[in-house]
Design a protein around this ligand. Structure first.
Ligand code: GAL
Length: 727
């Protein structure tokens, strides 16, 4: 089977030149006649089945469609090598496309289309960080890096990976623009097309429902290049498939413990004194704080950037950073990658940058080692070397009118669209490996664009879109895409909205108030401050539980924030609730409906987090609150280790006593992960696992048994004490 088969029936068409052409046009040059001969087969047979599947690990296969020899693969930009040890410990599965093969074709204009069969009734999820819902069963998605708002697939992390309820996932491992036709586009000779329906039947005839998008039997993926690598992943459940995808890409990121505390980004014009005053007020008001983020004003020039300290605002950067560190506060610096003519990097970067600029700043080609070395050297000297803990990498997404055009040229010869797809990854790679991993120091930060194979990077994606419902959808969508997401809070229309947003962010991968424009502080709405403090203190108390959920991301590939599809594929479309770690279901309030909402429970018994009361056994329940306290539900038998007392900073979490909560009526176990919380020594086995088992004894009374099952690091938290929540 080839894709250049000669068709036996010639369907040559000639465009006749209008007979009634007037005199004027008859004097014009003769238009060329369009007469063509059929040269391509247009049947399914014309597609070439992909046969060269190489097994990479249990349940994971890789093959190439077309010619991908010069393509950039996302997996080559991953933070870590595939976690083969963890993958090999998993059971094998049959190749999902053995009887109905994946096939490909070169399009007439030199692109590649990959056709992945899809059976009726399969539910599809993924295609990146899409904020407009989770159900991806049918639609056309343009997977280009862009700032969210255009929809239709363009987003901050347009990861070309999707997962099916049938227990497989497909990852197109190439940094090319991609357009997905998910069950859209019926092939004329497919045996599984639905029958056509007469939309305008004569009177008296049955009138079945006419469908404007008749279901097609495949996901067809148009790759804007000559070929692509395809990775197929099979697993027992949706969660298993996603975790294998993450492990294949090096496992999930484990942030330092401080990264899970509360972050406050000050106003863009704030100076050192204003930062000091705000930090002091956090302390006085007993609001948790771990990280201060500086916005553009910390630089001498920004948009484009110098990456050099603005001495009028920060006269003594080393002393300022040291002072904050001595109070347990880390510093995170905003930047975008575009180099100002005023930067001392400009001259070096000029020949190493693209033909076009962004905001009149150079766009360095970070596939070049010289360009990487230059930025790493300057950042190490001016920032990391004096104690800066990480970065917020802004503006690596779009819009088109801001970034370089698709025809820009880069010195490495990398096509501009591929550079756009990969730029966020290149920046994460540079910062993570070049500045932090190299010194065995963990970092955590923010980035506004990411893509495939990104799970190992300790960066959370954020957006300017600011629609609360979309932000909540992002909590689940990120879990399908191997990325972390923060629905950061900036401002609010009223106190009610403030409480809702603050609580959503408190249950996210990175809890941050971004006051770069608003100048707001957590006590912005004075009357809401009590609820804000309570929520942030709860986040701090949940550190042992949540940090272990991140360890599971690293070791097992299971994301810390999980979509409902991980519990039950039938709830996969539910975008306004999610799992925080293994046992806590979060159902945020949002919109104008007041503090009351419905929650869809996965099968099994669920209990109220705050009181331990039984709430329901599957099905639909209503939760409401007078104060706006976010509904949290805990599964049967769950063991939730928390700090006994809240702490205002993660440094004070070390050594704290634990309250081990138990919910429901059946015994349960939690393996608590502990390490130093700041280096990569855990990768060399230097960590500790405390098995907390809640067992039922005489008369159904529960007791807590603790066993250290791995003892290769000192304990992180103190002694544990059982709290039985359900009586
Ligand atoms: C935006 C970014 C904001 C803030 C601002 C500063 O692009 O999304 O979070 O950093 O720039 O100018």
């Amino acid at each position: 089977m080839t894709h250049t088969l000669q068709c036996s029936v010639c369907v040559a068409a000639a465009l006749a030149i209008g007979a009634g052409a007037d005199r004027l046009s008859s004097q014009a040059p003769e238009p060329a006649q369009v007469v063509r001969t059929a040269v391509r087969a247009t049947t399914l047979d014309a597609l070439t089945p992909v046969t060269s599947w190489a097994k990479a690990a249990p349940g994971i296969w890789r093959a190439t469609a077309g010619n991908a020899s010069r393509e950039i693969r996302y997996t080559s930009l991953a933070a870590e090598l595939p976690r083969l040890d963890a993958l090999r410990a998993k059971p094998d599965h049959a190749f999902p496309f053995a009887s109905d093969p994946i096939a490909f074709e070169r399009t007439a204009d030199g692109k590649t289309v990959v056709r992945v069969p899809c059976a009726a009734g399969e539910k599809l999820f993924g295609f990146g960080l899409q904020l407009d819902g989770l159900d991806r069963n049918q639609g056309v998605f343009t997977l280009n890096v862009d700032h969210w708002s255009t929809g239709g697939g363009r987003t901050h992390a347009p990861v070309p990976f999707y997962v099916s309820s049938r227990g497989y996932g497909v990852f197109i491992d190439t940094a090319r623009f991609i357009k997905v036709y998910a069950r859209v586009g019926n092939r004329k000779d497919s045996p599984r097309n639905p029958p056509p329906v007469d939309r305008n039947p004569p009177p008296g005839d049955p009138a079945p429902r006419w469908d404007s998008q008749p279901d097609a039997d495949a996901v067809e993926i148009l790759v804007d290049g000559p070929g692509a690598d395809i990775v197929v992943i099979a697993g027992a459940t949706i969660a298993d498939v996603v975790s294998r995808y993450n492990l294949f890409n090096g496992g999930g990121a484990l942030p330092p413990l401080w990264g899970l505390g509360f972050w406050h980004r000050v106003h863009a014009a704030a100076d050192a004194d204003r930062v000091r005053r705000e930090v002091a007020e956090f302390e006085a008001r007993r609001i948790p704080l771990d990280v201060i983020g500086l916005e553009p004003g910390w630089m001498t020039k920004s948009y484009p950037c110098t990456f050099e300290w603005q001495k009028k605002r920060f006269p003594d950067p080393p002393a300022f950073v040291a002072e904050l560190l001595s109070r347990g506060i880390r510093l995170n610096l905003w930047e975008n990658p575009y180099v100002s003519p005023e930067s001392r990097l400009y001259k070096t970067m000029f020949p190493l940058s693209a033909s076009h600029m962004v905001w009149l700043g150079l766009v360095p080609d970070y596939t070049l080692p010289e360009a990487r070395r230059a930025l790493i050297g300057q950042h190490a000297q001016d920032h990391v070397g004096i104690g800066v803990s990480g970065y917020k990498i802004d503006e690596v997404d779009g819009f088109d009118v801001w970034l370089w055009p698709d025809h820009a040229s880069f010195p490495s010869g990398t096509p501009a669209p591929a550079m756009r797809q990969a730029y966020g990854l290149l920046m994460q790679d540079l910062v993570f490996k070049g500045l932090f991993k190299a010194r065995n120091q963990r970092t955590y930060g923010l980035v506004r664009a990411s893509n495939g194979a990104a799970s190992g990077y300790p960066f959370a994606i954020y957006s300017d879109a600011y629609d609360l419902k979309e932000y909540i959808t992002g909590m689940s969508a990120s879990g399908f895409a191997g990325v972390l997401w923060t629905p950061e809070i900036r401002s609010a229309r009223d106190e009610h909205d403030w409480i809702d947003r603050m609580q959503v962010v408190a249950f996210s991968a990175l809890a941050q108030l971004n006051a770069w424009a608003s100048g707001a502080t957590p006590w912005h709405f004075e009357d809401a401050t009590g609820m804000v403090r309570e929520t942030l203190e709860l986040r701090m108390r949940l550190l042992p539980y949540f940090y272990t959920a991140f360890a599971a991301y690293h070791f097992d590939g299971v994301p810390p924030i999980r979509p409902m599809a991980f519990e039950d594929a039938a709830l996969g479309h539910v975008a306004d609730q999610f799992m925080f770690g293994p046992s806590i279901l979060v159902a945020p309030f949002y919109g104008k409906g007041g503090w009351s909402r419905e929650v869809l429970l996965p099968a099994g018994k669920w209990y109220d987090f705050y009181t331990g009361e039984f709430v329901g056994d599957g099905g639909r329940v209503t939760r409401q609150s007078d104060t706006g306290r976010i509904p949290l539900l805990v599964r049967e038998g769950a063991v939730v280790p928390m700090l006994k007392e809240p702490v205002a900073n993660t440094a004070r979490a070390y050594g704290q006593a634990l309250e081990v909560r138990h919910y429901g009526t059946t015994p349960g176990v939690f393996d608590l992960f502990e390490d130093d919380g700041r280096t990569f020594d855990y990768e060399r086995g230097r960590y500790r696992t405390r098995r907390l088992s809640v067992e039922a004894g005489e008369g159904g009374r529960f007791s807590l048994k603790e066993m250290v099952v791995k003892d290769a690091a000192p304990p992180m938290f103190g002694r544990s004490e059982l709290r039985v929540m359900t009586r």
